[in-house]
Design a protein around this ligand. Structure first.
Ligand SMILES: Cc1ncc(COP(=O)(O)O)c(C=O)c1O
Length: 382
């Protein structure tokens, strides 16, 4: 059997990782400034993470949700404390798409409505409802194209209110910071008004913090920069530092009933141990503060790189927008300088999404290597 070929890949085999360093099978060293797609929050193979998972694995890796699983409650308590959402309830699942799909279901059950409002340029995953609410037709199969939805321009508050006025929208879903779309930050005014409008029209506000959450933006959740409190928040990626886990944080006003949601693997013992280790390291090593403190340093260094039109982002979620497509440059960074970076849906955007324990040295490394690659390429800079 061969693999179903859906991913373009670099011809590199990473065998070992530690912190923000990776090594391939020939022993060549790389620097991970992509965090395995914004997943590696506390660094690869962190000793506390490895120990907590090993200890759990030796005791019990999995038993189904038909029994008491105290480590789920321990995780909910810790996540509540670290995120500032102590009064919310947590549903555990396995991935970002699943977290959003469940969030949309909860909103629909709660409001007894079916329509979802989402924003152009957004991304919420590839399950049926989550993929249907993107504006990327290429990834929507006819099977997914049956959901009741409306797509509005990002930051368009008039368009949002126009759609909400019909009183038939179950939920508005929005990323804390648009990630794959190219790191676009909503405006303060838009977020405040959006939160007010959702309350006015009885619509559930879902903040997709799957990429922008877990400290990446310099606060635990990106929406906390705007002082709003959504009804539902979805998390995944950095939550397990590579071990698959997702979660839905739900306002206590929304009542659960037995059978409303379900999952086989969600909230298993090993996944909860991984997620607890992540929160403990984030707190102990002050990784959110680190993400915040590197923001101005990046802005200064990255904006001096030749051909950079704009540096956007918060904390360690950053986009560098160039005058030209960055695919060949990202490839040279990997093969000539051993640096992994991220792409975005716009071909001119390179994303910097490193583990949250990087330092000024890695920011400088990327700035220097990008400058070298661009100068050597003799790219025509307009
Ligand atoms: C904002 C956002 N939401 C949802 C998802 C989907 O997460 P997953 O791939 O874990 O299903 C992603 C993945 O990139 C994402 O960036």
């Amino acid at each position: 059997m061969d693999l179903f070929n859906v991913y373009p890949v670099y011809p590199v085999e990473i065998e070992k990782a530690k912190g923000f360093k990776l090594w391939d099978k020939e022993g060549k060293e790389y620097t991970d400034l992509y965090g395995g797609h914004a997943v590696i929050s506390i660094g690869h193979s962190h000793p506390h993470y490895v120990k907590r998972m090993k200890d759990q694995l030796e005791k019990l890796a999995f038993y189904s949700n038909s029994i008491e699983i105290p480590i789920q409650k321990e995780l909910a308590k810790k996540l509540g404390e670290v995120s500032g959402y102590e009064d919310y309830n947590l549903f555990l699942c396995n991935s970002g798409a699943e977290a959003n799909e469940n969030a949309l279901k909860v909103a629909s059950f709660e409001t007894k409505r079916s329509k979802i409002l989402a924003y152009k340029g957004g991304f919420h995953g590839r399950t049926s409802g989550a993929v249907a609410i993107t504006d990327n037709q290429k990834i929507i199969a006819p099977f997914n194209n049956v959901h009741d939805k409306v797509l509005v321009d990002f930051n368009d508050i008039e368009g949002t209110e126009q759609a909400l006025k019909a009183n038939d929208i179950a939920a508005v879903i929005i990323e804390g910071i648009q990630g794959i779309g190219g790191v676009h930050i909503p405006t303060q005014e838009f977020m405040t008004e959006l939160s007010d409008l959702c309350k006015k029209y009885g619509t559930i506000l879902i903040l997709d913090e799957i990429q922008s959450g877990y400290g990446r933006s310099g606060k635990f959740f990106a929406h906390q920069h705007f002082g709003i409190k959504p009804d539902i928040i979805t998390v995944a990626k950095g939550m397990g530092n590579g071990y698959p886990i997702g979660g839905v944080l739900i306002n206590p006003n929304i009542e659960a009933w037995l059978g409303m949601l379900g999952t086989t693997f969600g909230g298993n013992h090993l996944a909860c141990a991984a997620a607890l280790a992540v929160l403990e390291v984030i707190e102990k090593e002050k990784l959110i503060e680190n993400a915040k403190s590197l923001e101005p340093i990046q802005k200064e260094l990255f904006s001096k790189i030749p051909g950079v039109k704009e540096v956007r982002g918060m904390g360690l979620m950053t986009a560098l927008e160039f005058d030209f497509p960055v695919g060949p440059i990202r490839k040279k960074l990997v093969f000539e300088h051993g640096i992994f970076t991220g792409s975005a849906s716009s071909p001119n955007v390179l994303r910097f999404l490193p583990p949250l324990n990087v330092t000024e040295k890695e920011v400088k490394l990327l700035a220097d290597c990008l400058t070298k690659v661009i100068e050597n390429e003799k790219i025509h800079l307009s």
